[in-house]
Design a protein around this ligand. Sequence first.
Ligand SMILES: Cc1cc2nc3c(=O)[nH]c(=O)nc-3n(C[C@H](O)[C@H](O)[C@H](O)COP(=O)(O)OP(=O)(O)OC[C@H]3O[C@@H](n4cnc5c(N)ncnc54)[C@H](O)[C@@H]3O)c2cc1C
Length: 396
Amino acid sequence: MPAKGVQVAVTADVVVAGGGVIGTAIAWQAAAAGLGVVLADPARGDAASLVAAGMLAPVSEALFGEGALLRVNLLALARFGSFAAELEAATGHRVGVRREGTLAVAYDPDDYAALTRLTAFRRSAGLGAEELDSRACRKLENFLAPDVHGGVLFAGDWSVDNRRYAAALGEAAAAAGVRFVRDRVAEVLSADGRARGVRLADGGDIAAARVVVAAGCWSGQIAGLPAELRTVVRPVKGQLLRLRHPGGMPPVLTHTVRATVRGTDVYLVPRADGEVVVGATQEERGPDRTVTAGAVHDLLRDAMSVLPVTSELVLAETCAGLRPGTPDNGPVVGSAGPFGLDGLLLATGHYRNGILMSPVTADAIVAWLTGQPPAPEWEPFGPGRFAARAAAGGTR
Ligand SMILES: Cc1cc2nc3c(=O)[nH]c(=O)nc-3n(C[C@H](O)[C@H](O)[C@H](O)COP(=O)(O)OP(=O)(O)OC[C@H]3O[C@@H](n4cnc5c(N)ncnc54)[C@H](O)[C@@H]3O)c2cc1C
């Protein structure tokens, strides 16, 4: 990898801007399909992909009015197992996929009423849900507080250790021949209505017939994108904690637990290595990534309300990341052709489900790169929908 500031004169079939899980999964799969790929990223350490909880949760993420998103999330889960198996075979590393499902619990009767409404909606969408009383919840998770009112088991959800997964993606991409450049893409270069490559902030140009912008919440900062697309993705801050079991203590959780505690949501995601991830806030604070005492307090208070033994775990890490949010909560995946710029593909805006959607996003982008049709579930999520909105008088 060239150091920052070193001039690079590079040509490639495809240049990918952004090395979170989305850009790296695309780079790996594109190189595996025989394309010459360069991936540019100034500092992968800032990525939301390394902060995330790693839930692969189409069922417990399904919300009223988001049917198209549910369909792409279900496609994503159906692909995740084979993709993770390919990744593990390519690298020899386990990425920590867990398939126990999500146990959603309600702390008080009002919380339970809200969970019941969501469960009815999810069942009407064909998703599996098993309602459980307080005692049955505690049979599944022995350490739950006795005053938990009741819950629902959503067996269709999984999880993955997103840090192991991201590291394995980087390794697989390098082994497949992806060239990494440690620099920021400043601009997409174009001529005659076609993308021709990118200009790096510190290190010259990369000529490429195709450019993929996968820079998470920073995607809109890249010059040369159609103006309508530069305002579509915004950062949505999430603060999150990582807890660890003290030496010798047996695991306190098996399922991912999502709890509503007096109207506030908290989740606890167990890992095979004894880590428990507790998250997350959802804040509209622009690019701010500070961790606040109040958020740590609130997350621990709510986690301890449903799982009192949380207080005995070690507080190993506090962190904050920026989800790439969009006006309709859907990803932005597809060609900028509707804006008169061929050869530019966007793969961003994955908001709360980017880990889950990374394999199917890579499949879709590689389909476009190799002249195949992407899965029909992507049809509602092309960049062109924002051209239509802008023309109709609003971008949000
Ligand atoms: C607290 C929290 C919890 C979450 N939990 C989950 C979860 O449980 N399940 C799930 O599926 N998703 C979850 N997410 C969402 C998920 O993390 C994101 O949707 C996903 O990581 C987005 O991946 P990305 O590669 O698009 O962006 P990122 O991971 O943010 O990566 C973007 C990369 O682009 C690089 N970059 C920026 N600007 C440029 C540029 N100009 N040129 C080149 N590179 C650039 C950055 O350095 C960064 O490495 C969570 C997010 C947060 C914050």
